[in-house]
Design a protein. Structure first.
Length: 277
């Protein structure tokens, strides 16, 4: 299993928390952890050691200086927006599939069911976040002119068919689109506008559960997708928005305590006070 992240020094503990949750809830397998970074992480040695404790292998992926020489780069469009979209140019050619995850997610059930999805004919697999109405979805389709797509995909959990992406995703197409459009969420907008119709939809209640919307999930499922259901069935919780569970304020969400439990375990692993192998 190949996992991909893109972080800076502010998100090392969050990454370690994600990895611990995967290790505890996913059937044993060899896991390679690829981390895209512009500057070498200051805590790289700790991250490598934590990965080793978890039975994983850490692979730093350094961004090449000249990779974005022709890209539109501004304060609004920093080079980091391109990392997910052009990861196939940075990763080893020997990799055929990889799962990108934001660092603000938590794995609470076996990740294998997502990773093993058949992506034949698709570039990616991703989820469209559930809502009570489709108003936002319609607005996004009009805004991005991608009427063939099933909806607006969240790029925080993105299974990548690297062989197909290498054949069909070109940096200049991405750069050209960004030059010509004003975007709200640049990398996610580009993903949806250019490649939305080549994305395989997966259910967000299983693979990209927005923890802000627990009540909405219950409502649209007629009371089925409760907190107990999510703990039993959901694979990935996504702590979207500004109220992150590791913050000391505004962290009273119904899934916050679960995150803090894994956070504390990850700290113990990093401090060599808990070993899982």
């Amino acid at each position: 299993m190949n996992l991909l992240f893109s972080i800076d020094d502010h998100y090392t503990t969050q990454l370690e928390t994600v990895l611990l949750s995967i290790r505890l809830n996913t059937r044993p397998t060899k896991i390679n952890v690829y981390v895209i970074q512009k500057q070498p992480l200051k805590q790289a040695a700790e991250l490598k050691r934590v990965c080793a404790h978890l039975g994983m292998t850490y692979h730093p992926v350094m961004v090449e200086d000249g990779m974005f020489a022709t890209a539109p780069v501004t304060d609004r469009y920093p080079t980091t927006i391109y990392y997910r979209l052009l990861a196939h140019q940075l990763l080893p050619k020997s990799l055929h599939k990889i799962l990108y995850l934001d660092a603000d997610v938590l794995c609470i059930n076996d990740l294998t069911s997502l990773y093993d999805l058949d992506l034949s004919g698709y570039l990616y697999a991703s989820a469209i976040h559930t809502g009570l109405t489709n108003t936002t979805e319609v607005i996004n389709k009009i805004r991005l002119q991608n009427f063939d797509a099933d909806g607006y995909y969240n790029s925080g959990v993105l299974l990548m068919n690297l062989d197909e992406i290498r054949r069909r995703v070109r940096a200049e197409d991405i750069f050209s689109y960004i030059r010509k459009h004003v975007l709200l969420l640049p990398d996610q907008d580009v993903l949806n506008a250019l490649y939305g119709k080549y994305i395989k939809s997966v259910p967000d209640e299983l693979y990209n559960f927005d923890t802000r919307n627990g009540r909405i999930y219950e409502t649209i499922s007629f009371g089925e997708w409760t907190l107990d259901w999510a703990v039993k069935h959901t694979v990935i919780l996504h702590y979207c928005g500004r109220e992150k569970p590791w913050l000391t304020t505004k962290n009273s969400g119904r899934y916050t305590a679960l995150y803090k439990h894994y956070w504390r375990l990850a700290e113990r692993v990093a401090d060599d006070k808990l070993r899982l192998n």
